[in-house]
Design a protein around this ligand. Structure first.
Ligand code: ZN
Ligand code: ZN
Length: 80
């Protein structure tokens, strides 16, 4: 089993920062408070956290696999 997790930081974005009020994947308007993130692998734009997970698994499976392989057998704190 391999688990991936994201950095647990929260950074409030203004509308201007995000450049959009809609999720780049599902196209739904963001609510008052949403957990959003951007894709690490392409410039698709700001998405719901859940949508980003779906997008990355659907479109970037190879990159994710490569990332997993490159971090395998390294100590947890040896972050590059
Ligand atoms: Zn979405
Ligand atoms: Zn992407």
């Amino acid at each position: 089993m391999t688990l991936l997790w994201r950095d647990q930081w929260l950074k409030p974005l203004t509308d201007g920062d995000a450049g959009t009020d809609r999720c780049a994947l599902c196209g739904k308007k963001f609510g008052r408070i949403e957990f959003v993130t951007a894709c690490d692998f392409c410039g698709i734009g700001v998405m719901h956290d859940q949508c980003a997970n779906r997008h990355i698994l659907a479109k970037h499976r190879k990159e994710v696999d490569a990332k997993i392989a490159s971090h395998r057998d390294k100590p947890l704190h040896d972050f590059q």
